[in-house]
Design a protein around this ligand. Structure first.
Ligand code: C5P
Length: 223
């Protein structure tokens, strides 16, 4: 019997991260935050001043990426890049933006493929990303695709940042989200689209708890 995978895809800010960590925790499964891998590559590219460099330099950086996830049940996962804890830095809008600039390069994606697939270990995996169901875990027995309008995602992000004491303009958030959506959906390689066998969940009118309940129901029905 193949190991079970739940592939969760969707645009940025749709709530995949929250859903996936809750699913992984309650099932006792491993968690892959594939976006963090693309963000770590972006940070490496920023640190080495390669943002305006050749694609070949990006591909080399992806191939040689010194990246480790230190999973700690109590303190949460620490993401180590070149031996340094970069967990907080990866959340920056700059990392997200550069990630979405390097992500369309096919050879970059290929270089990161096995690193992602290696997260699949017993007893199972919850995989969060853009192409989990279409490329990385094509045979996943359960695929979810979360959606919500860009406006709703910007509003949610705005509330999150406000309660964290970060001052931002909602219009700027919306612009960033729309630009990233366009890059992720419009690219030729592994674009953001639901797999044919994905279950699409519009989270626009749903609370986080409701989305979690729905997903858990699908896990019990399908796995
Ligand atoms: O999910 P997150 O916002 O952390 O991802 C950052 C960027 O990395 C995305 O906007 C996308 O361009 C890229 N990405 C990707 N494929 C994935 C995960 C992330 O191309 N599986």
């Amino acid at each position: 019997r193949p190991l079970p995978v739940i592939a969760v895809d969707g645009p940025s800010g749709v709530g995949k991260g929250t859903l996936c960590s809750r699913l992984a925790r309650s099932l006792g499964w491993h968690l892959l935050d594939s976006g963090a891998i693309y963000r770590a590559l972006a940070l490496k590219i920023i640190k080495d001043a390669l943002v305006d460099a050749d694609e070949d330099d990006w591909i080399q950086a992806a191939t040689e990426l010194d990246l480790h996830f230190e999973v700690d049940a109590d303190r949460g996962t620490r993401i180590m890049l070149d031996g340094e804890n970069v967990t907080a830095r990866l959340r920056s809008e700059q990392c997200a933006k550069v990630a979405s600039q390097v992500a369309p390069v096919a050879a970059v994606r290929t270089a990161l493929l096995h690193r992602q697939q290696a997260f699949l270990k017993p007893p199972g995996l919850v995989a969060d990303g853009r192409d989990m169901g279409t490329v990385v875990f094509k045979n996943a027995p359960l695929k979810l695709f979360l959606t919500a309008s860009a406006t709703i995602r910007a509003e949610r992000r705005y509330k999150q940042l406000q309660s964290a004491g970060v001052d931002v303009k909602i219009r700027d958030l919306l612009k960033d989200i729309e630009a990233r959506d366009q890059r992720d959906s419009g690219r030729a390689v592994a674009p953001l689209v639901p797999a044919d066998d994905a279950i699409v969940i519009d989270t626009g009118d749903l609370s986080i708890d409701k989305v979690y309940e729905l997903a858990m129901q699908l896990v019990h029905d399908n796995l």
